[in-house]
Write a protein that binds this ligand. Sequence first.
Ligand code: MCA
Ligand code: AMP
Length: 494
Amino acid sequence: MSEIPFPYLQNGSDRVALVEGHNSYNYSEVNSRINRFATGLLGDQEDLQEERIAFFMPASLDYVTTMHGVWRAGGIAVPLNVASAVSELDHYLTCASVTRMIANAEYQDLLRELCDSLNIQLLSVEDLLAEEAGRLPEIAAERRAMMLFTSGTTNKPKGVVSTHKTIRAQITTLIDAWAWTEEDVIPLFLPLHHIHGIINILSCGLWAGATVHLFAKFDIPKICAQIVAGTYNVFMAVPTIYVKLIQYFDTIDPAEIQTICDGFKDMRLNISGSAACPVKLFNQWKDLTGQVLLERYGMTEIGMGISNPYDGEKRAGAVGQPLPGVECQLFDEDDTPITEEAIAGEIRIKGDNVFLEYWDNEAATRESFKDGWFCTGDVAVVEDGYYRIMGRSSVDIIKSGGYKLSALEIEGVLLTHDDITEAAVIGVEDDTWGEAVTAFVGIKDGSTLEYDALKDWCDGRMSSYKIPKSIIIVESLPRNAMGKVTKPALKEML
Ligand code: MCA
Ligand code: AMP
């Protein structure tokens, strides 16, 4: 077994690693804080032996301390979505058999009852910071490092487990492909329970010795002020963020728009990903800022797989070519590799970047691989050497604002409503969100269902971004001979 060179972040330098509000922290400070935290986590153990440690906190020094501290102490990091409903957290914590949860003071009240009921120790970073760093274990690269929850075609999200080797492969391919250097400065405002924020921005930034500015949320005025000041030279976001920036420009005066666009123009790289970037948006962004968006394709299970070139044509509506170290092949429905251009097939991936397993779910892991290839469920074609994503093989997966949502999970919650007799959820094309969650429901005779009341009811039962943007009440849902709802027919109804 090979040993992973720790740390994932540059050691001992005076360069600024993280900026959080008015505070900045250099690499030496961050490293020594991580080592003290890892030491506290270990207590009198030599190695956490893949103990699952969950954490519930926005982008912050504490987040970085916890993630890297868990890694250095030999645990599996389970970063959670701070926008989760408690019922969703229950599933994540139970599924992963989490034993300790790290949360900031502001979240502890919210989590206490749940943690008590699951026998999970609730702690803060401060609670665990040892006076001095002690001896830390050597961690083999093949060991499990992180578990991220992903929605799929099943009711409940699955835990995607990556090893240190996986994470390292996912980071290093991007360091080269996107030409990261320690001169880079990047804002991080995406949630930190997904690859986009964790690997593409935070981990690549820290691996390269760059500076990452942490924002607890996508705060447009604050981020734009920094862009005007010329703070950043790299910007990565989901398409919805670019849409929201353009919508924001409608609310400010032309001179201000110009200074923000000039700030973008001076950057070396603007990237879009996690969902399809419409050609219209690509062109709007180019007209406004002069930036040609680099679009890339990824997935929780593989990190980044395909990317437009850093040097070379960044093509609108396409995601480019497989990244170095990533094997990518399209397959037809008979599992035959497609060797010609312009024929659509499922994207399948091999390489060190591919995850190890779905946690505690051997059947799902087995089903997701064929002949050693990970089957993404995404359909693409190759045109003139460039991959173009055509869609997904499942109608039960929705991409809203970059979040992957399971229609079945949302239907499952709606069906627990007293007045709802049947429910079907689909994603409907939407300029802001890419796809907007839309629910078709049948209700009990004599009952009524107002959208606002249903939205309030959903609040607390699912993360807010999963709540349907519209509800359509139907006499009955269209079903096939097997009794299964025909979702394409629902799209036609609209
Ligand atoms: C917020 N809202 C949403 C979404 N986000 N509704 C639908 N879809 C969404 N994605 C709703 C809230 O529920 C709320 O509704 C209202 O919008 C305002 O919420 P707020 O949080 O203030 O919105 P925002 O800050 O403008 O958030 C938009 C966002 C966010 C910044 C685009 O959705 C986001 O961070 N998305 C990126 C997620 C991401 O990182 N995905 C990568 C995973 P109401 O007002 O009614 O209560 S994919 C990945 O990692 C793979 C590997 C890859 O390829 O990258
Ligand atoms: P997630 O599992 O949340 O990581 O989401 C991964 C999914 O996002 C992929 O399987 C694709 O369906 C979608 N995706 C990511 N990047 C792109 C892109 N550039 N274009 C279209 N879809 C994308």
